[in-house]
Design a protein around this ligand. Structure first.
Ligand code: HEC
Length: 118
């Protein structure tokens, strides 16, 4: 049987895979760094386990990582307005935000129950 894989197709496929590798590696998350930052800055309100210490402080455990990243960036830019969070978000770099979001998103034990909407 003759194979139909010509060299230009092989080249495009290789290029595609390389692009994927490069783009995923630029989105590096460091869970330990996130935990450390959470311990220093966020735990006094949101808990190190991602459960707010009082009901006014939202639970972060198991929240979607992209939601956490967006919320923190919106507090930082002022798009989402909250006096308390604006102050804390202002001190965070993009890298801090990614690491914190990743850390809290991976805390599956204390995540909120999924709503069963019908
Ligand atoms: C002094 C207490 C306090 C500290 C410290 C604090 N937060 Fe918050 N955080 C709040 C409050 C209050 C809100 C609710 C604000 C609102 O209504 O938008 C909030 C909201 C959030 C939200 C949005 C949650 C949601 O469900 O929409 C995220 C994400 C968040 N905080 C992350 C962090 C991170 C990460 C840190 C550490 C860098 C941190 N917070 C430090 C009090 C705090």
């Amino acid at each position: 049987m003759k194979t139909h894989l010509n060299s230009s197709k092989l080249f495009s496929a290789t290029l595609f895979i390389l692009t994927l590798l490069v783009s995923t590696s630029s989105l590096a998350f460091d869970k330990e760094a996130g935990k450390k930052k959470a311990e220093q800055v966020c735990a006094s309100c949101h808990g190190l386990d991602g459960v707010g210490i009082i009901p006014t402080y939202p639970n972060l455990a198991g929240q979607y990582v992209d939601y956490l990243i967006k919320s923190l960036k919106d507090y930082r830019s002022g798009k989402r307005s909250n006096a308390v969070m604006a102050g804390f978000a202002a001190t965070l770099t993009d890298e801090d935000i990614q690491n914190l979001a990743y850390y809290y998103a991976t805390l599956k034990d204390n995540r909120l129950p999924v709503l069963d909407l019908k």
